[in-house]
Design a protein. Structure first.
Length: 150
């Protein structure tokens, strides 16, 4: 499997580049936030291979910039719970408060905890434990995106 490396070529950080043409409005856009480059690379490749538009970000600050400059909007936030300087639940809350109606999947290698439970109280927000398989990631993404709008 070829892995797109957001550190060396694939979009990461404050860019507004996506993995699919912007003219394809029916393709859901996923904001992928993961500080571990290997996990981000693998998730990016899995999601792109399933024809999703993916905006990868290394941290919450990069994610906020990508979210605000992406004109078509983001339908799903896929974020690690533990990020440098901020947790994924707080990031999701900021994006919602900033006008986004975003569904979210929180990914963590730790068991559900108070941060995750706080986030899961919001409608349209879900949890996916690490490690995850390609099949479980794609199943959860499809399940969340197919739900009725928030």
């Amino acid at each position: 499997m070829h892995l797109a490396n957001p550190d060396h070529g694939a979009p990461a950080g404050p860019t507004c580049v996506s993995a699919a043409p912007a003219s394809n409005a029916r393709v859901p856009t996923i904001l992928l936030v993961e500080d571990e480059s290997f996990v981000r690379d693998v998730a990016y490749e899995i999601l792109c291979s399933a024809a999703y538009r993916v905006l990868p970000a290394r941290n919450a600050a990069d994610a906020v910039r990508a979210f605000h400059c992406h004109a078509e909007g983001v339908q799903l936030l896929l974020t690690d719970v533990v990020l440098p300087g901020r947790n994924g639940c707080d990031l999701a809350l900021e994006l919602v408060m900033g006008g986004g109606c975003v569904k979210a999947i929180f990914v963590s290698g730790y068991p559900e905890n108070s941060i995750t439970r706080k986030g899961l109280q919001h409608p349209g927000w879900f949890y996916l434990p690490k490690p995850f398989s390609a099949a479980s990631l794609l199943h959860k993404v499809k399940e969340v995106l197919d739900e009725l709008p928030m």
